[in-house]
Design a binder for this molecule. Structure first.
Ligand SMILES: [Zn+2]
Length: 182
């Protein structure tokens, strides 16, 4: 089921998510809903909190070049990562990447994160997995895990950039409200 994605500054996005204890049907439904919602929204990743469920669950699917049309990117089922209770066990290096977020539509800002990470997580069946990620994939992991701790990517901006964002965002919200009223 496609769920509504909560947008900034919804206070739920500020809450800390809890570990999953039962790897049951309810978890599988949550994961299915997250995958459908991410697909529908055209996102690269989604954290459960973004659809209002405060559990340490995230999905990532990094797009790849369409072999039939090099100007297009597609997301393949086999590249889908479903991670439950993820923990970064190692990180090194630094990467600056221009990030966006489904909860803060149409805003893109540079964020500095670790270039290489190792993550431990459980899959949907409760199996412990370890994976290494770098560059864009490492950025996606760190972005989604930040959601689980109640943060959003603009929390990483400098004071001045953050101030500018808040001003622009307020204006945007006002405009969208006006549009809805017509
Ligand atoms: Zn996000």
């Amino acid at each position: 089921m496609i769920k509504q994605i909560l947008t900034y500054p919804n206070p739920i996005l500020r809450k800390k998510s809890q570990d999953v204890i039962n790897f049951d049907n309810e978890l599988h439904t949550l994961l299915n809903n997250m995958n459908e919602t991410m697909d529908y929204a055209g996102g690269v990743g989604l954290a459960a909190v973004q659809i209002g469920t405060l559990l340490n669950v995230l999905v990532i699917n990094i797009p790849v070049e369409n072999p039939d049309n090099s100007e297009e990117e597609i997301q393949l089922k086999e590249n889908l990562i479903e991670a439950i209770n993820p923990k970064i066990t190692h990180k090194d290096g630094e990467i600056v990447f221009t990030e966006g977020c489904l909860s803060i539509p149409n805003i893109h800002e540079d964020v500095t994160r670790a270039m290489n990470i190792t993550v431990e997580y459980y899959n949907r069946n409760g199996k412990l997995c370890t994976t290494e990620a770098n560059e864009f994939l490492a950025v996606a992991w760190q972005h989604e895990m930040e959601h689980l701790s109640g943060h959003v990517f603009i929390d990483n901006l400098s004071f001045m950039k953050r101030k500018k964002f808040e001003k622009d965002w307020k204006k945007k919200l006002k405009e969208s409200k006006r549009n809805r009223d017509l």
